[in-house]
Design a protein around this ligand. Sequence first.
Ligand code: ZN
Length: 303
Amino acid sequence: MKFELDRLADYSDDALLAELRRAAEIAGGSKLTVAEFSKHSNVGVTTLRRRFGSWPAALESAGLSHLYNNIAPATKSRTLARTMSDDQIIDEVRRVARIVGRSSIVAEDLRLHACIGADAIRNRFGSLKAALRIAGLVETAHGRRYLDEECFENLLRVWTHYGRPPKHREMSLSPSEVGPKAYTSRWGTWNKALHAFVERVNADIQDVQSTPFVVPIEKYRAQWPAAPVDERDKRDIRLGLRYTVLKRDHFKCVLCGASPALTTGIQLHVDHIFPFSKGGKTEISNLRTLCEACNLGKGARIE
Ligand SMILES: [Zn+2]
């Protein structure tokens, strides 16, 4: 349902592209379909098509060609970087830092996740480091800055402890190890921090569920990045998966029912049902919540 008030005040090319990027960010995911865009956007697809010629052309103009499957990434970086303002490039750098969950990024992160390459950034800002500094992504001298990853891991720990979304003040109590200020200074408000956490969970799930990358056209093969390792074949269980399994299991051990919210000292773990060492996949259907006692009693035995 769209409302008149939600319409953009400004229909310049830049405003439309900014709106497209905003919707893409909310939608998350490795692909942005017209349907998905319509769900999140305040402007119609027709407006974009009329302005930019086609849906892929609109995505390309917004620096989002990686969200449209049929555009080769080798062509995207050069042409797109020229159409992007300094602010847009810096936003893209920040977006990649959020995806990788670190307070700084390297050229490889850009190659894997950005719509433009490190070269384009060096051309514009002199060096990648200079761009990172503008994006506020270089460690400052003023005290320790927590990484997104640490903030999210801590949030998951406290969330599991209470079996519900923690309150802001609870972040200053055990078992929290990162204080509430770290969250509000990083995300602005506590609500936005929770929102960022949920986005991160969704991104993890998306990565695990997306089908393996297939290169469509032989001649582009050399230009495409190497196919990523299937997330299901990694032993490490991503934060988003751990959260999803814990929530599905109501933050309780599925074998004995132990819950940290009811009993102090209970630690919950997310466990491979069919052991990873025996070929079990890291996917939601093969994961479950166990307390430490049940987890240790199990070893790599298959039940
Ligand atoms: Zn148990």
